[in-house]
Design a protein around this ligand. Sequence first.
Ligand code: SAH
Length: 350
Amino acid sequence: MKKDNLYNLTPDNLTAAMKIAGEHAYRARQISEWLYQKDVSDVGLMSNLPAALREKLLAGWSTDLPKAEEVKTGADGTEKWVLRLATNDRKTGKPHRIECVLMPSVDRYTLCVSSQVGCSLDCTFCATATMGFRRNLDPSEILGQVIHARKLLAEKRSRLSNIVFMGMGEPLLNFDNLCTALTNLTAKEAFGMSPTRITVSTSGVVTGLKELAERFQVGIAISLNAPTGALREEIMPKVACKYDLDSLLKAAKIVGQTRRKPVTFEYVLLAGVTDRTDQAKDLVKLLSGIRSKVNLIPFNPFQGSKFRRPEPQNVLKFQKVLWDASIPAYIRWSHGLDVSAACGQLAARG
Ligand code: SAH
């Protein structure tokens, strides 16, 4: 039988597992310290655990994490990492691979993590869609990306400051594993990160959005990408047909009421398709009544894509319409474009 991974347990589950194994509850705290605070996953090195417990752990549990396989570093210092998982794909026979992206800025590092191998949503402008859906990541595979980044940054004498769930996959379609990963990222017995330094981005899966907002004070970003339901259905066919624009905006409004920060809307600017100023005006109307902030993402091209990057002056004009209506709008001139590490460019081989 496949052993379950210790990183898949929340602190409460780990305590319960220790009790079942006839151990003291404080052993769970000691194990968490090794796993999350000292970044040690080798049970053999957990020197304050009795040998008998270490043997029990080794016999019953795994602590394997995804393996770093390749890195591409962009001119702006962005690092795109390919990580290999322990499973093989049924169709291709090759190992499953995921990507995560480490982005430096003036005083901090942000890590963009994947939540699934591939994606099932077929958004027409996204490279991950070309891979199709392979499988959900389990919590250990999500947390493994964070542990990888923490180790890299410790070598650089730096620290991870922010995490965004904007890599491969749709986080809300992997809801339970997302919640376990968020629990371990924020629990004081585990990584103890402030939830305000974590952002979960969804393409608009309304189910789960409110529950996520109630359970975690993480930032929530919604990939709106079009100012009308009809255009959204054209460019994001699966998710937009399942969850109509009206119900998405209603959910966004409720989410906005549960936190101090405004809801972030992402909007991909596709030349001639979503970048016209009349569309910016429609967007203003759509967002009226919702405390919002907009991130404008000029389309990042990839091989085989039918869309084009917008002209810079059109991007600026679009932005101005939003600011003129008092909607904060920021342009994401993407990180790591030269190494295909930017939004929507992640598509691992295999
Ligand atoms: N599935 C989630 C998270 C992954 S995508 C979501 O859709 O929110 C992260 C962001 O990148 C989304 O806002 C998405 O709209 C955007 N994106 C996807 N493909 C892109 C591309 N080729 N160029 C620019 N942004 C893109």
